[in-house]
Design a protein around this ligand. Structure first.
Ligand SMILES: [Zn+2]
Length: 79
């Protein structure tokens, strides 16, 4: 169980913001699995998302699938 309070996606409201990490470099971020909205750790997760999953990896081919590069992870420790 994750004891941090869950926050619904502020963009679509259809799913929970979930912690994911980039397999290659360990970057962590909050992702809405429903609409691919992204909040970085320093972002206000109660505000509208300022990032999108595809944009985390820079310019990519049309059918680039960012999901193969990330995995669900536990929340990072709070400072
Ligand atoms: Zn969403």
């Amino acid at each position: 169980m994750n004891d941090s309070p869950r926050v619904a996606c502020t963009a679509c409201g259809q799913d929970w913001q979930t912690w994911y990490r980039v397999r290659e470099d360990g970057r962590v971020f909050l992702l809405c699995p429903e609409c691919d909205s992204v909040w970085l750790p320093e972002d206000d997760r109660h505000a509208p998302p300022t990032h999108h999953l595809g944009a985390l990896f820079g310019p990519q081919p049309k059918f680039f699938n960012a999901w193969v590069l990330i995995e669900e992870c536990t929340a990072p420790p709070v400072d």
